[in-house]
Design a protein around this ligand. Structure first.
Ligand SMILES: C[S@@+](CC[C@H](N)C(=O)[O-])C[C@H]1O[C@@H](n2cnc3c(N)ncnc32)[C@H](O)[C@@H]1O
Length: 214
C-alpha cells in the first residue's frame, strides 16, 4: 500500500476539517520529490487518538518519513506532549522539548550549515484562543521569523487552526448571507498578512492554510 492509499483508507475519514488540507500537504510533498523529505513541526501530538480535535500530525509525518525515507523534527514546550509523541513515532522522528522559537533559530542555522533544505514547515504550537487571538498568532509569526533564513523556494509552510474569517448574518433558519471575507484568522493571522505583503500566494486553505515559498 502506498502512503497516500494508507492516508485515504485509515486517516482521512477521521481528520474532519483537516482532511483535504492534509491530503494537499502530502500530495505536494510527493510531487516535489519521491523521498528524503525533511519535515519540521512545532507543537507535537499530545493526546491518544485525538484526530478530529488536534490532527495527530506527528504520527502521520512519522509514517510519511518511514514510507518515503525522510526525517521529522518536532518541538514542544510541554514534556507530557513530548512523552506522548515519542510513544507513537519511530526512528525517523526526533522530538525536542523546548520553546519552539529558540529551537527553530538554532536548528535553522544547523540546517543551513549542513546545506539541508526544509520541505515542510508545519506550525501548530501555542493554542489559539478566540477571545484573545493575538498571543498565539504572534508566536507563530515569531516561529516563521526564527526559521526564515533556512527556508528556500519550494518549502511548504502550513499553519494549523487557521481559516478565512467570514462576516455575514442569518437570513432564515438555514440561510446565511455572506457580507465579506475579513482575511485569514487563527494561528496564521500575522503569517498570512506577512506572506501577502511579500507576494507569497496562498496554496490552499480550509482549517489549515498553506503557502509554497517562491
Ligand atoms: C495543538 S497542540 C499540537 C497538536 C499536534 N500538532 C497534533 O496534530 O496532534 C499544541 C502543542 O503546542 C505546544 N506548545 C505551546 N506553546 C509552545 C511553545 N512556545 N513552544 C513549543 N511548543 C508549544 C503545547 O504544549 C501543545 O502540545
Amino acid at each position: 500500500m502506498t502512503f497516500l492509499e494508507q492516508f485515504e483508507q485509515q486517516w482521512a475519514p477521521r481528520l474532519g476539517p483537516r482532511r483535504d488540507t492534509f491530503r494537499a500537504t502530502f500530495s505536494y510533498l510527493l510531487r516535489r520529490k519521491p523521498g528524503g523529505h525533511l519535515i519540521l513541526e512545532t507543537g507535537c501530538a499530545r493526546q491518544t487518538d485525538n484526530w478530529e480535535g488536534d490532527g495527530q500530525s506527528t504520527y502521520m509525518f512519522d509514517r510519511f518519513a518511514e514510507a518515503q525515507g525522510g526525517d521529522v523534527y518536532t518541538v514542544d514546550i510541554n514534556p507530557a506532549s513530548c512523552d506522548y509523541a515519542r510513544s507513537i513515532v519511530g526512528q525517523r522522528t526526533r522530538v525536542f522539548n523546548e520553546d519552539s522559537v529558540p529551537f527553530l533559530h538554532r536548528v535553522g542555522r544547523e540546517l543551513r550549515a549542513a546545506g539541508r533544505q526544509i520541505d515542510l514547515l508545519y506550525l501548530d504550537s501555542f493554542d489559539w484562543d478566540a477571545a484573545n487571538p493575538v498571543p498565539s498568532a504572534l508566536h507563530h509569526l515569531k516561529e516563521l521569523c526564527a526559521i526564515a533564513p533556512a527556508l528556500t523556494p519550494g518549502t511548504l509552510v502550513v499553519v494549523d487552526d487557521s481559516f478565512h474569517a467570514l462576516r455575514g448574518f442569518r437570513s432564515g433558519p438555514e440561510n446565511y448571507v455572506l457580507l465579506d471575507d475579513q482575511g485569514i484568522a487563527g494561528k496564521a493571522m500575522f503569517v498570512a498578512q506577512y506572506f501577502q505583503q511579500i507576494g507569497v500566494p496562498l496554496a490552499f486553505d480550509g482549517y489549515q492554510c498553506g503557502w509554497v515559498l517562491t
